[in-house]
Design a protein around this ligand. Structure first.
Ligand SMILES: Nc1ncnc2c1ncn2[C@@H]1O[C@H](COP(=O)(O)OP(=O)(O)OP(=O)(O)O)[C@@H](O)[C@H]1O
Ligand SMILES: [Mg+2]
Length: 281
């Protein structure tokens, strides 16, 4: 598997960008691993039949990276994100987070770990219906004992950045659009300044202005040092990544390392498009 991954990437880089790109091997020396999987497998049993979705995956996610995971529908992207973030337990294998094994943790320990280190934007939004979108957004901060007043101020600024005015934030999830709910979930995910933000198609329900606003927040917090792991089907969203992984058949088929996002960099966009074409996307 590593051989295949390396081959695809090098082929791609050699053809399209010979000299200026950093080589993966030298990057690896300087970069700190934040999440590491060891033979990670996830299977589901349906009507007595086993479906092996993630198979023996060895993967490292680097600190400070904006990592994007792509692949066809049903490839297992959400499954992988759930496992990497400790939301779901793998069937086999291990996951280390900053050198600490999370696979051995019980549910309570995992909950504390996630609250401390992770932010989540799910494919389905999962807001609490009985709470305003503001209260939803600050709920993760309240859980770790931050002051409500400070959280509200911070959340209001974040809401504004994603195009939701402060008076709108008194509404309940049933009173807002899908895109507004998704942006509220985004604010909730980043309110605690988590080390890693896991986002599963965070722009799926948004129009193009909303997409840009959410991506800008993710890019900004990434530039401030937080790591992002985002699943997307959207090439525009994928361009924000400095590393794109392509998931197929339970493993990483290939990866592309275009460097940090630069708005309007056509060469970079072509590189990503070429990579995705090569992956059969
Ligand atoms: N709880 C579950 N029980 C049984 N099968 C499941 C379960 N969760 C996911 N699967 C199956 O695992 C496969 C991968 O699902 P997953 O949601 O990870 O795909 P995905 O790559 O995120 O797809 P999409 O792009 O459509 O969101 C699918 O075939 C799905 O039906
Ligand atoms: Mg999914």
């Amino acid at each position: 598997m590593p051989y295949r991954r390396k081959t695809v990437r090098h082929l791609f880089i050699r053809e399209k960008h010979p000299a200026p790109l950093p080589r993966r091997e030298s990057e690896k020396v300087d970069r700190k691993t934040i999440i590491k999987t060891d033979k990670l497998s996830k299977s589901f049993s349906v009507s007595g039949k086993q479906y092996h979705i993630i198979k023996n995956l060895d993967l490292e996610i680097y600190e400070g990276d904006f990592t994007v995971i792509m692949g066809s529908s049903g490839a297992g992207k959400s499954t992988l994100l759930y496992a990497l973030s400790g939301m779901d337990k793998p069937s086999l294998g291990h996951i280390e987070y900053a050198g600490k094994e999370i696979t051995e943790m019980n549910d309570d320990q995992l909950a504390v770990f996630r609250r401390k280190h992770c932010g989540f934007v799910f494919q389905q939004v999962h807001l609490v219906d009985s709470m305003s979108i503001m209260d939803n957004a600050i709920s993760t901060g309240m859980l770790i004992g931050q002051k409500q007043k400070d959280l509200k101020k911070k959340a209001a600024a974040l809401f504004e950045r994603v195009g939701i005015s402060e008076e709108m934030t008194d509404k309940f999830p049933a009173q807002v659009s899908g895109g507004e709910a998704q942006r509220a979930a985004m604010v909730r995910a980043v309110i605690n300044d988590p080390d890693v933000v896991f986002a599963d198609e965070p722009t799926g329900a948004l129009n193009s202005a909303g997409v840009e606003a959410v991506l800008n927040v993710l890019t900004d917090i990434n530039n401030e040092g937080q790591s992002i792991v985002m699943v997307t089907h959207d090439i525009k969203s994928a361009r924000r990544a400095n590393r794109i992984l392509y998931l197929e058949d339970g493993g990483i088929k290939g990866e592309c390392n275009p460097g940090k996002y630069v708005s309007g960099d056509k060469k970079r966009h072509e590189m990503i498009r070429g990579f995705l074409e090569e992956m059969g996307w």
